[in-house]
Design a protein around this ligand. Structure first.
Ligand code: ZN
Length: 95
């Protein structure tokens, strides 16, 4: 059985993802990390900006809370709550 690696979301890129772009989402009773994309180290910039646009276009329902977009170091097999948030990187890419 081959190990399933998550691929970079950038179109045509075959690299395995090193980063997960996600935002915390909540409807008041339930909260989760909503994924907006995965990126290899070469495509973190474009994938982050695509995700930002999708988040800006998103019409949240009155009970929904979507927090700011965050970058996490993605590691296969780790649960969302174990992922490390990379605050310094976000500052480089936030527009
Ligand atoms: Zn890539």
């Amino acid at each position: 059985m081959t190990r399933h690696a998550v691929q970079c979301s950038f179109e045509g890129c075959p690299e395995a993802a090193s980063y997960k772009i996600a935002a915390r989402w909540s409807d008041g009773s339930f909260a989760e990390l909503k994924t907006y994309g995965f990126a290899c180290s070469d495509h973190l910039g474009p994938v982050f900006r695509q995700a930002e646009r999708r988040l800006q276009d998103y019409q949240a329902a009155p009970n929904e809370i979507v927090e700011e977009l965050a970058i996490y170091r993605y590691e296969t097999g780790k649960r969302d709550r174990q992922l490390q948030r990379l605050w310094g990187l976000e500052d480089n890419y936030r527009t």
